[in-house]
Design a protein around this ligand. Sequence first.
Ligand code: C2E
Ligand code: CA
Ligand code: CA
Length: 701
Amino acid sequence: MSKRRMSLKIKLIGFIVLLLAIANIGLGIPSYIVARNELEEKGKTILKNGVNMAISTIESAGLAVEAGIISEEEAKERVRGFLVGPMQEDGKRTLTTPIDLGEHGYFLAYNDEGYEVMHPTIEGTYVYDVVSFGEEEVYIVKEQLRIGRLGGFLEYNWHYPDSDNIGRKFSYSKYEPRWGWTVVATAYASDFNQAANNIMYFMIVLFLVTLFFIVLFANHYMDQVLAPILRIIHSMKKYEKNKLVKVEGIKKKDELMDLTNGYNQMVDSLQYNINQLKSREKELKKLAYIDDLTGLPNMNMMEEFVDRQIEVNNRIGYLLLLDIKELKMINSIYGLSYGDDMIKIIAEGLRHRKPGYKSLVARLGGNEFGIWINDDDEDLVLKWIEDTHQFWNQEYYTRQLDVRVGFSVAYVRNDELNENFERILQKANIAMQYAKAQGLNQAKYSQEIFDMIESESVLKRHAESGLENDEFYPVYQEKVSMVDERVVGVEALARWESKVLGFVSPGVFIPIMNKTKMILDFTEKMVTYVFKDFEGLTRKYGHEVSVSINISPLFFMSDNFVSYMLEKASEYKVPTHCIILEITEDILIGNLDKVNTRVKALRKAGMKISLDDFGTGYSSLNYLQKITLDEIKIDKSFIDHIVDDPMSNKLFHSIIDVINNFGCDTVAEGVETKDQIDIVKSAGCKVVQGYYYSKPEKLII
Ligand code: C2E
Ligand code: CA
Ligand code: CA
């Protein structure tokens, strides 16, 4: 991280330095060049003027010689002394030039042969062929002599008099004809440029000083600017370790404040979202394993638990299913919330009555609870079931509940180690299906039960295809009047000749169909067949007969039942007073009001309602006070005993009496003997249906 911080800071500082350097160079170099050129021009003018002055000195000395004032030799020495300095003992002159030719500048002169005739150090030396230093070779003296004829400048490199350093030099040379001297003034460019160099040095110093302060300031400023950014980077690093930290706020109102505030807001909302996610995760976990309504473990948890017990702990155990029997009824009579309360109460009871600490109680859905018991002791299981039934009878009183709930319990023992929950549950479900079909309070899964239930589902599949292929048809059994032995009506009874299974009794397929919506299609078909046959039946008997149709509860309670019957009746021109609908007692339980409304509507339309199978179920005559029925059919199981059993005989008489008093017709079913006929007649029962008169038969036209 620090690497990146440095790089950003250094980049920014570097950029500032670069700008500063560009400004300095852009300003400094041109001014240096201008100054240098200007100074060089000035220097050159000084050299030229100096030489001109030297020549006029020679002129005037020459005049003095002509006038005989001094000798030529003396005059020359005076000129040398004046222009270069007096000769010293060491043969060198002191260099006291009358005009300033710069620190290292001086006058000199050659004669035409190329000897030094005036020079600070090497007077008298032959220098004609002296060559300059540096790459470009210049014959200095030769050139100066040549240029000097007209007077002019020469530029070349030469070493400084007091060192070996090479410097650029200028000279101005001019020929003086009187003595035949070529007078030269030389100077080093650097001497003239000194001021320009000073300017440059000053600029460099200035640059360095500003640079120092600017770097110092920029560093401090960058630290300030970068601090919030660095804090954000630091905080982001922490987030990599799943820590969310806000950064210190900024008071100055600028973009950095916006950035910091924005970042902190982002952290806030991130934190909020993370919290939301966490709590949702918790909820989901709960949802996944806990039942919402009861707080008990749900199917998922039970599956994991049971699978673990078998796989990991190699447990032999029992899976129990516990169904609340009357929940549907409770829901429809008392409302769903009452039903929910009931489930909660039961769940609470089960939670406190867990069968052993290694067991699990779960709600598997709707009205079903699952209990896993980690024990191979079946007596313990049975005892727990027994206790649970008793416990609930007790609860009913102590809690003063409106309804007494009952349970169906199905259980399965598992000792197979390669079994899993799903398959065990399937077995328990089969046992439960069996218990319900048989009206049992409890059932244990076995192979026989499995075979039975399986054959039921096979039958169901065949029935489905049988319905599509019109394998069902009605037969009719006559109802004979006891008054004149005339046929007053017929009951339509369904027959099924399956292409695969052969003849299947309605006692087998009707209960299976009744468990599914298949019964709706089936009943519609039956109604249609019977109505189609109505005309043929009338013709067969030569007078109008009633047709009785067995109507299953699901069809009777279906939404458009009444209008459906009316439409069909009018479609096939069946007078409604000839239609008798047979219903069974079980439909009345818990639904009395609803059924009554329907019954009223049907009776108003002219149809008759018959209560079938009286004597098999609750057989309560109380219904007669609450609902108006047209006919009651006494079941064969009752009729079977009226001849041999005096009690049954007596009961039969009184029942017929009561029914007759309600103005209801009575039909004795399953009458097979003359003795039975006699009793039925003597009891005042008006109609008989049984093999004694006729078996159910196909209508042959
Ligand atoms: P159920 O409505 O009580 O019909 C009377 C049953 O008793 C018929 O049996 C009939 O054949 C039989 N039976 C009548 N007289 C005698 C007799 O003297 N002796 C003996 N042993 N039996 C007699 P089935 O046809 O086997 O029908 C059985 C049950 O199947 C019916 O009982 C009825 O509950 C149901 N069922 C038949 N057809 C239909 C139908 O179309 N719809 C509905 N929902 N149920 C039907
Ligand atoms: Ca019937
Ligand atoms: Ca019956």
